[in-house]
Design a protein around this ligand. Structure first.
Ligand code: NAD
Ligand code: MG
Length: 334
């Protein structure tokens, strides 16, 4: 059984007694820095002089230093730059100031799990990985809630790594939703598998294939968009509230019968075999090695895939339809 802890199990004063450096101010970085700050923690943000996020962090009332200065000042260093950028940032800006008594933290286990970062043995190394996009980490905190998080300790030189990590989780709001104890390996492997097989890879491919099937058959793209993308959220919201059973309670009997009969024809033994293969490649390092190499080469295939999907008809029609639905609070990014 997994251990789940809440605010009542955490001592918020532990993290309030530390100087914390948040390195990076992207999706997770801005949320951690602002939530910690609002929880009364002494926060500084580490960003290079050239970073576009600098004025934003300053405008939000945070102290901004270079990553090296921020890491040198801090007792707790949370690394929130992209996973592929972390080894270089670690070597240049963090490692020089690591010393006994300091804590190095991550929000994802990738670089520890695949040993692209190997911290000295005399520092604490822990993880608080929010199970949510960064913007929801901030929004739920502001709404008085929080998102669930995974806690793991890789090195406990001080003997208090777990308690401090739990205190950190509480300060970003996760003690309201639940903090699950795990390991760097389990977090990394399940996170990569989930985003590849289900949440991002699986869902995006399913949405596109459904849209293409309808439009190839001559149906209007607007109809196909509402059916295969827009309505997905309404279905997922029901699952989020009451599981598959509540979703099926809410849909028609005809939809429910279609669910039972069509689902297994799409997600077949072959699909499950492919899922097992994805997991095997995550566990043996094949996926990580390919992704690290792709970044070393300047991300050619990554950029190609990104561009191709940006030009997909579902994105063109979606942009137009969302602009007509003010309640959607449509956002368009480059
Ligand atoms: P991001 O891409 O949104 O933000 C990266 C930030 O790092 C930006 O502010 C960027 O300017 C800065 N940056 C880039 N290179 C830098 C450098 N060399 N020095 C200093 N700053 C630099 O990243 P993210 O998605 O927030 O991911 C951060 C970590 O959080 C990763 O370990 C990721 O796996 C983890 N995580 C992310 C999410 C998510 O929702 N995005 C969820 C859970 C965990
Ligand atoms: Mg994830």
């Amino acid at each position: 059984m997994v251990t789940i802890r809440y605010d009542k199990d955490a001592d918020l004063d532990l993290i309030r007694g530390k100087k914390v450096a948040i390195i990076g101010y992207g999706s997770q970085g801005h949320a951690h820095a602002l939530n910690l700050h609002d929880s009364g923690v002494d926060v500084r943000v580490g960003l290079p002089e050239s970073s576009k996020s600098r004025p934003k962090a300053t405008a939000h009332g945070l102290r901004v230093l270079s990553p090296r200065e921020a890491a040198a000042e801090a007792d707790v260093i949370m690394v929130l730059v992209p996973d592929t950028a972390q080894p270089a940032v670690y070597a240049e800006a963090i490692k020089p100031s690591l010393a006994p008594g300091k804590t190095l933290m991550f929000a994802h286990g990738f670089n520890i799990r695949y040993e692209t970062i190997s911290p000295p043995e005399d520092v604490d190394v822990s993880m608080i990985a929010p199970k949510s996009p960064g913007h929801r980490v901030r929004e739920t905190y502001q709404e008085g809630g929080g998102v669930p998080a995974l806690l793991a300790v890789h090195q406990d030189a001080s003997g208090s790594a777990d308690a401090l990590a739990l205190s950190y989780a509480s300060a970003i709001g996760s003690g309201k939703a639940g903090v699950l104890t795990t390991t760097f390996s389990d977090e990394t492997e399940t996170d990569l598998f989930g985003e590849q097989a289900v949440l991002c890879g699986g869902v995006s491919a399913l949405v596109k294939a459904g849209f293409e099937t309808l439009t190839d058959a001559g149906y209007e793209p607007e109809l196909a968009y509402f059916e295969c993308l827009h309505e997905l959220k309404l279905i997922v919201d029901l699952m989020y509230q009451g599981g598959l059973n509540y979703m099926r309670y809410s849909i028609s009997d005809t939809a429910e019968w279609g669910d039972y009969t069509a689902g297994p024809r799409l997600v077949t033994d072959a699909t499950k075999a492919e899922m097992k293969q994805l997991l095997a490649e995550i566990k043996d390092g094949t996926f990580a090695n390919r992704w690290i190499a792709e970044n070393r080469n300047g991300q050619p295939d990554f950029k190609k895939a990104r561009l191709a999907d940006k030009e997909h008809p579902i994105e063109q029609v979606g942009k137009k339809l969302r602009s007509m639905m003010s309640f959607v609070k449509a956002v368009e990014v480059d």
